[in-house]
Design a protein around this ligand. Structure first.
Ligand code: ADP
Ligand code: MG
Length: 379
């Protein structure tokens, strides 16, 4: 069980997330671009890893690139960082291998192949014929021992070797996965006490999304087999609106079911759509801790209503005045050791405010902001 996580300050007093009293351990950071979501979730990941917990973050669309890390956070972040480059040793997620349940029972090989084949078919939007071809190729690769010997790439050999049109097309479709060794049984993505960042950003955008979905679906599959009950994990998805959001997609499923399986989520997104049919957007409100950063101007009223549906008039002006790194925290909070359950405006700024801001090479003067806290104001 993780201990309280520091979020920032309220009127000079430290505000933490009271994890012990929290109904789940999911975090959502919501707000416009540039409002401070990524920086804050990176700091939170550091606090979680510092407690010896496992964090898995998927870097697609370059949102978690190294050059994006706030200089004031870099040393701390890099201390826990475990970079996983798909062009290096590959992502070690042991596909098509039977899972062993905590009671010692092992899944059948047929089920393992079937489950992971389905994951691929969904992520890469395969039709019935391609699905049958893939299942056949994987089955052959596993049974003739080539999968064990040569890993994921043996599937390409099976597809190409079969010479039928569908298999050849499929080999073409998945070529970059084979060529880049993406799913070679490589680096452990669940290193304890680390922020395991899986970098997908060198793949084309559609492929990044598909690979992210394979990873999340695989985590969902492992979670269903109780693989994280003992060693919980925190899965971080920044800009999560880019990930599959239907009701059978892994992320919405993990929001609803993750807690009991030991999978906790750290999500950041710019979007919250009103009256949306997007399941992810609907379920994000189930995250026990929500950090509302400054919204886009056309979302202020909606965000204020999410904080308190009866008191939009109070929250709307507060939201519009939030500075970078400040947010309204909603959830089980702790301030000077006292538990509170109402929303607070938290100053989550990291580093010195009244100094030369080396990131932007300009002089920054202190300025009094919301709650009388000093906030950054560039000139
Ligand atoms: N808590 C913070 N402390 C200090 N600077 C911050 C903080 N949050 C954001 N910033 C500054 O604002 C920039 C944008 O923040 P970022 O977290 O990338 O926004 P978002 O993810 O919401 O688009 C950062 O690169 C950093 O310079
Ligand atoms: Mg961001």
């Amino acid at each position: 069980m993780i201990q309280n996580i520091k979020l920032g300050h309220y009127d000079g007093a430290e505000v933490s997330w009271d994890t012990e009293n929290s109904p789940n351990l999911h975090i959502a950071a919501i707000g416009s671009s540039g409002s401070g979501k990524t920086v804050k979730i990176q700091e939170i990941m550091c606090y979680i890893a510092a407690q010896g917990e496992t964090v898995v973050a998927i870097n697609s669309h370059g949102v978690l690139n190294k050059d994006q890390i706030l200089p004031a956070l870099r040393v701390r972040y890099e201390k826990y960082l475990h970079d996983i480059n798909i062009h290096g040793k590959g992502i070690g997620i042991r596909l098509f291998e039977p899972v062993t349940y905590p009671d010692g029972d092992t899944e059948s090989i047929e089920n393992a192949i079937s489950a992971d084949t389905d994951i691929f078919c969904r992520a890469f939007k395969m039709g019935v014929k391609q699905r049958a071809a893939l299942r056949g190729a994987i089955g052959n690769a596993v049974s003739d021992g080539n999968y064990a010997k040569y890993g994921f790439n043996s599937i390409e050999d099976e597809l190409k070797g079969s010479q039928d049109v569908v298999s050849m097309e499929l080999a073409e479709k998945l070529h970059f996965l084979f060529a880049n060794n993406v799913f070679t049984d490589g680096e452990d993505i669940f290193k304890k006490g680390k922020i395991n960042v899986i970098h997908l950003n060198r793949l084309d955008v559609n492929t990044q999304e598909a690979v992210a979905e394979v990873i999340l679906s695989h985590i969902w599959r492992l979670a269903n087999a109780d693989q994280f009950k003992e060693n919980n994990i925190f899965v971080c998805i920044d800009e999560c609106q880019n990930v599959g959001a239907g009701k059978n997609d892994p992320l919405p499923l993990l929001i609803s079911e993750g807690r009991r399986m030991g999978v906790n989520l750290i999500l950041a997104t710019q979007m919250i759509l009103q009256g949306t049919t997007n399941t992810l957007q609907q379920r994000i409100t189930q995250c026990a801790l929500t950090l509302f950063f400054k919204p886009a101007s056309n979302r202020i009223s909606l965000t204020a209503k999410m904080i308190n549906s009866c008191n939009e008039a109070f929250w709307a002006p507060k939201l519009s005045k939030l500075q970078v790194g400040e947010f309204v925290a909603q959830g089980n909070l702790s301030i000077v050791g006292r538990s509170i359950a109402y929303p607070l405006i938290v100053d989550g700024y990291i580093g010195e405010k009244s100094s030369i801001d080396t990131t932007e090479s300009r002089i920054v003067f202190p300025k009094m902001g919301v709650n009388g806290v000093i906030t950054k104001e560039g000139v």
